[in-house]
Design a protein around this ligand. Structure first.
Ligand code: 6GU
Length: 245
């Protein structure tokens, strides 16, 4: 998978060379390219933003540098790219979306700052033959200053799903959200610590009882913390408190 990042703060994406994406790059699973959007400006001040038409607070990113950057970067690879645009107005990042993105050959992250990117950049990208799709993605219902942290989060969620990345595929299937539920609590040695004991069932060696306990814990936690997740259709058969649709 090829990953491109367009940003006015390339240093903000330095963590891509570390930890998880770094490991994936070292294994040849991903190829990472970070680009400074200002490289596609033509004026002396390397201007990337301007005041919004119609008035209002803040600045909007001008379309021209984005257009020229897309012209150059999308042309560099035979695979059409999925353009990922981090935005608080995007669709929520979920495990299902991360899975879908992990099947793509090429992702290009367009990291905006200020109040956002001129809408025509997205409209234009959606018309391009060398862009497979344009996906606006949000991390959640709060505001960040720019798309870089979100691009890192999407990258980490996606890269760990690439075939050959995780040693143990079972650990991927068991974790939070893969089953539409939060993960059960986990314990390791010692079995007693500062007056707190590991739940005895986990020491029982009874694998069926352990699996049942974990599933129960997942359901209870999800009901308590994230009841919205229980409305997902594939859980419905197992959880009677669901209101009829
Ligand atoms: Cl993807 N971008 C920005 N700027 N703010 C956010 C976000 C993204 N997701 C949540 N808040």
């Amino acid at each position: 998978m090829r990953l491109d990042y367009l940003t006015i703060f390339p240093d903000y994406l330095a963590p891509l060379g570390l930890s998880l994406p770094g490991k994936a790059a070292a294994r040849g699973l991903v190829e990472v390219h970070v680009h400074d959007l200002r490289g596609w400006t033509r004026d002396r001040h390397r201007t990337v933003d301007d005041t919004p038409y119609g008035g209002g607070a803040g600045m909007v990113m001008r379309p021209e540098p984005w257009g020229e950057a897309l012209d150059e970067l999308l042309g560099q690879d035979p695979h059409p790219a999925t353009v990922v645009v981090p935005s608080p107005a995007g669709r929520p990042l979920t495990q299902a979306l991360a899975r879908a993105l992990s099947t793509r050959p090429r992702l290009l992250f367009a990291c905006g700052r200020y109040e956002g990117i001129d809408q025509r950049v997205l409209d234009h990208a959606r018309e391009r033959e060398d862009a497979e799709e344009v996906v606006e993605v949000s991390l959640g219902d709060y505001v960040l200053n720019g798309g870089e942290v979100a691009a890192l989060a999407v990258t980490e969620a996606v890269v760990r799903l690439l075939p050959g990345f995780m040693g143990n595929a079972a650990s991927l299937e068991e974790e939070s959200h893969e089953q539409g539920l939060l993960e059960y609590p986990v314990y390791t040695k010692p079995s007693s610590w500062r007056g707190h004991d590991v739940p005895p069932v986990l020491l029982s060696g009874n694998h069926a009882a352990i699996a049942a306990w974990r599933h129960e814990q997942s359901l209870a936690r999800t009901a308590e913390r994230r009841p919205d997740l229980l409305h997902a259709s594939h859980v419905a058969g197992e959880w009677e408190v669901l209101p009829a649709a």
